[in-house]
Unconditional design. Structure first.
Length: 458
């Protein structure tokens, strides 16, 4: 190989999914900085102490093997870290908290916030008026001080199909509270990120730090998007239950969004489901045509784009169920007209609508999506699912994968067998085993159904 960079890229190929899970690759491998290779010693650099520690305890030997495979001889790996170790700081406990929260907060909190999503630019209509009013109420009194320390809307559970404004509402709550109550600590996270953090805390025995971050002493407002993605993972559901209880019963505001109501998230525990139903449940419905027209006009106004009412109505009549598509059509129509110096017409709008709808169609459900979701839910690595391992837990996860592939794709038994290097009779037997077990094991049945729903709605 001609350059050190080529050597590094070849080494990284040894760790790309499905050789390890996508989550593990993103967390521990992707951001390693390759600094130098002098023919004997490889120098790698890490920004975070946690990543540095995980690499040295779990991946260093594998990287030494990978370099040996690529260059043909043994090399020494020297790892550097920008962040000081706990014993280099005068306050060990403070350093520990910083190391944990900085590592885990990098994605899932600030990155999910959008300051452009406010109550002022949220279009209100009959389909979402109740949700809007409830969200405004909790944002105006997050601590319950205006109502003798008790908020009738806490917890607030918002559900509805994708593209109807749930994330806008969640951000509007965050932005409103941040503006009016800057002293409050707001945590905004996606449920999938909560799951990943908890799994890492279990693996690296940092659950005390995890609890310190998410329990009521450090949070005033807890905003959770897409809660359906904790379903099916018993340990995470249990942890979220205790987190939820700690916050709500200490008077902290909790707002949750989902693509379905609590009763339809099948593998939630009854007690967590009842906690969600304890407060206020509000659904966001498909916007009626008047609201759709207002959404188009607002987007056009932001673009300084003039659209005649007949064109607005044509767009609104043809896109009914998704606000993102309404805004996407308006933006594409603006670009098309601005670039070609055209006036927006129904004919142009028709062509743009077709393009946006085609682009917005759900991606075909791939085997990778199924394997990743089963892996995330069961805790069995995707590489193990593909492997020849006969451990009972791995075999069971693999059987679930076969069952789901067969149920929601058009793949034949032979095609599935070819993908996983197994005879089609093995695939058929595995599917039959899961079908029989689901008939008598309601917990497994709920788990599998939630996995399917999450895959379809991802």
């Amino acid at each position: 190989m001609e350059t050190n960079n080529e050597i590094w890229l070849a080494v990284l190929e040894h760790f790309e999914p499905p050789k390890i899970t996508q989550t593990a690759y993103n967390l521990w491998i992707k951001n390693i900085q390759f600094k130098d290779f002098d023919g004997k010693t490889v120098t790698l650099k890490f920004e975070r102490r946690l990543n540095f520690n995980v690499f040295n305890s779990k991946y260093k030997e594998s990287f030494e093997d990978a370099f040996r495979d690529v260059v043909g001889f043994d090399v020494e790996i020297k790892s550097l870290c920008d962040e000081p170790a706990d014993n280099e700081d005068n306050n060990n406990s403070e350093s520990s908290r910083f190391s944990y929260s900085s590592s885990y907060s990098a994605k899932g909190l600030e990155d999910y916030k959008n300051e452009q999503f406010t109550f002022e630019n949220f279009i209100v209509g009959p389909s979402n008026r109740f949700v809007y009013a409830a969200a405004k109420a909790v944002a105006s009194d997050p601590t319950g001080k205006k109502s003798d320390g008790y908020n009738n809307y806490n917890p607030l559970f918002i559900y509805g199909n994708s593209g109807l404004g749930k994330t806008h509402i969640l951000n509007a709550i965050s932005n409103e509270i941040k503006d009016k109550y800057p002293e409050l600590n707001i945590v905004y996270i996606r449920a999938e990120q909560f799951t990943n953090e908890f799994m890492q805390a279990l693996q690296y025995k940092t659950t005390d730090e995890f609890h310190n971050k998410y329990r009521s002493g450090n949070i005033d407002v807890f905003l959770v998007d897409d809660i359906q993605f904790i379903a099916g993972k018993d340990s995470t559901v249990e942890e979220f239950f205790h987190t939820f209880d700690s916050l709500v019963f200490d008077g902290k505001l909790v707002v949750i969004t989902s693509d379905r109501p609590p009763k339809d998230i099948q593998s939630l525990t009854d007690r967590l489901r009842s906690r969600f139903e304890y407060g206020l449940i509000a659904d966001v419905q498909e916007p009626e045509i008047e609201t759709r027209c207002e959404i188009i006009k607002r987007k056009a106004m932001l673009l300084n784009f003039t659209i005649d009412d007949d064109v607005v109505e044509f767009i609104a009549e043809n896109i009914k169920a998704n606000i993102r598509q309404l805004e996407g059509v308006t933006k594409k129509l603006y670009v098309l007209c601005d670039f070609n110096n055209h006036k927006p017409t129904i004919s142009l709008a028709k062509s743009v609508i077709k393009t946006v709808i085609d682009e917005s169609q759900p991606l075909p459900i791939t085997i990778k999506r199924i394997v990743d979701e089963v892996s995330r839910t069961t805790g069995i690595g995707s590489e193990d699912i593909y492997s020849k391992s006969q451990k009972s837990t791995v075999c069971h996860a693999r059987q679930i994968v076969f069952y789901i592939i067969r149920k929601i794709t058009n793949m034949s038994l032979e095609d599935i067998g070819q993908e996983f290097k197994r005879h089609h009779s093995t695939i058929m037997y595995s599917i039959s085993q899961i079908e029989d077990e689901m008939e008598t094991n309601s917990k497994l049945s709920r788990q599998v159904n939630d996995i399917i729903n999450n895959i379809k709605n991802a």
